[in-house]
Design a protein around this ligand. Structure first.
Ligand code: ATP
Length: 428
């Protein structure tokens, strides 16, 4: 349902579709691009603008190859894979049931093999080992290597965090489930540096903080879960980790992970770079390597969760309507201006004037390509919170009808006040 809506309405397309597509890579269409921008904006606003203990960063995707030696990704960023001898499907070892049979067809499986998930590339004209580097598999390392730069340039004191949104790449082998596991995706990550000993308290705080962020943006509570990792599941750098899971149509799966990365990364970078990355607390005169709490979420997985969660079908009299009940701040379009009669030039003119004025504040569109009923349905389906209709009466009383997406309640509003009214409504 969601996959077809995404394509039909311009949210998400398969990458290189005219060539048959490229596995596990996706393109965001006109509405998807708006939704993505809005989601990033919401994350940045609540984590960078509204906090005074987090600063932003935008590091490059390409990094010195030693970074990936230090981080442990060259030696241990691996999946253990098995293949089914009957249906030839490939699975991660952790998805194989205890009977050691294929989870899909029950067939016999092969021996396990290790597979490094980093995508390799060569810099410069010669493809030799010296020019080998990787496309980053996480944005976090760009933050660690800039830790001292941010401390010094912004005069930050621990505890504080560095936030970053950006592309990451993983050569995932077990793919599928739409955008959930892509080879190119975007992450929204914070590395929050704390004094050792205070790490467990900060870890708990961030788990709650991030869980509540999804709720505040409208994800239904019954579809969100916290799952603390068993010691045996932890990544090579982590002391503790909690996944925020969403109830996707294919089952509970990770939306975001909050990990206590200890001082693993800074220590490793200190070792391999030979630079002292210790923090000096000029009040207590202590020198130490901070511990790091990392909330690491995926933009693409969040978008999928918000789409799935907000999708609903409703009966309206004898008709059906599909609604994307997206939070207003995430909705790709905030308002659609619709002329009731498209063959009346004065109505069209007024509707276009209103649209152009609204566009100065937010994304709005003019549409006269169908009857009003169809236009409403179309906007409901893409989650537009308000439709503004200009009719014959508007020409004499200078009022327009504003229709609410969720309640379908209609209200007459003065044309002169419409922008102010909308700005107020969109805040709520
Ligand atoms: P999984 O076990 O599902 O592969 P992970 O534990 O490897 O995920 P992390 O390394 O914790 O994921 O990455 C942090 C976040 O980045 C994840 O919670 C997810 O939202 C996102 N992410 C990771 N891999 C992908 C991917 N291949 N496609 C889309 N998003 C991803």
């Amino acid at each position: 349902m969601i996959v077809s809506l995404c394509k039909r309405r311009g949210f998400i397309f398969q990458s290189s579709e005219i060539y048959g597509g490229l596995a596990s890579t996706w393109d965001y269409g006109p509405l998807g691009a708006e939704l993505k921008r809005n989601l990033k904006e919401a994350w940045w606003r609540s984590n960078v603008f509204e906090r005074d203990d987090v600063e932003g960063l935008d590091a490059s995707i390409l990094m010195h190859p030693s970074v990936w030696m230090a981080s442990g990704h060259v030696s241990s960023f691996e999946d253990t894979l098995v293949d089914c001898k009957s249906c030839n499907k490939r699975f991660k070892i952790e998805h194989i049931p205890s009977n050691k049979k294929c989870p899909e067809c029950g067939g016999q499986i092969t021996e396990a093999r290790q597979f490094n998930l980093m995508l390799k590339t060569h810099l410069g004209p010669v493809e030799e080992s010296g020019s080998l580097t990787y496309l980053r598999p996480e944005t976090a390392q760009g933050i660690f290597v800039n830790f001292q730069n941010v401390v010094n340039s912004m005069r930050k004191r621990v505890p504080f965090g560095i936030a970053q949104i950006g592309k990451s790449f993983r050569n995932e082998v077990t793919t599928g489930n739409f955008t959930f596991r892509s080879r190119e995706f975007e992450q929204m990550e914070i590395e929050f540096f704390v004094k050792p000993g205070t790490d467990e308290e900060w870890y708990r705080r961030w788990v709650d903080e991030r869980f509540n962020w999804y709720l505040k943006l409208g994800i239904k509570k019954e579809n969100l879960n916290k799952r603390e990792h068993e010691k045996t599941e932890l990544a090579h750098y982590a002391k503790a980790c909690t996944d925020i899971e969403y109830r996707f149509p294919f089952g509970w799966s990770e939306l975001e992970g909050i990990a206590n990365r200890t001082d693993f990364d800074l220590k490793q970078h200190m070792k391999l770079s030979g630079q002292n990355l210790e923090y000096f607390d000029d009040e207590t005169k202590e020198r130490y390597l901070p511990y790091v709490i990392e909330p690491s979420g995926g933009i693409d997985r969040s978008i999928l969760a918000f789409l799935v969660d907000s999708y609903r079908e409703e009966k309206v009299k004898d008709d059906k309507r599909v609604v994307l009940g997206l939070n207003k701040s995430l909705a790709p379009l905030k308002a659609a201006v619709l002329p009731l009669l498209r063959n009346r030039p004065e109505i069209v003119k007024l509707a276009k004037e209103i649209t152009n004025d609204l566009k100065k504040n937010f994304k709005a569109m003019y549409d006269d390509t169908a009857s009003i009923g169809r236009l409403y349905r179309r906007q409901d389906e893409i989650g537009t919170p308000y439709c503004i209709t200009v009719d014959v009466d508007s020409l004499s009383d200078s009022k327009v009808t504003v229709r609410d997406r969720d309640t379908m309640v209609q209200e007459r509003v003065d044309v002169a006040k419409i922008k102010e009214y909308m700005v107020e409504k969109l805040k709520s």
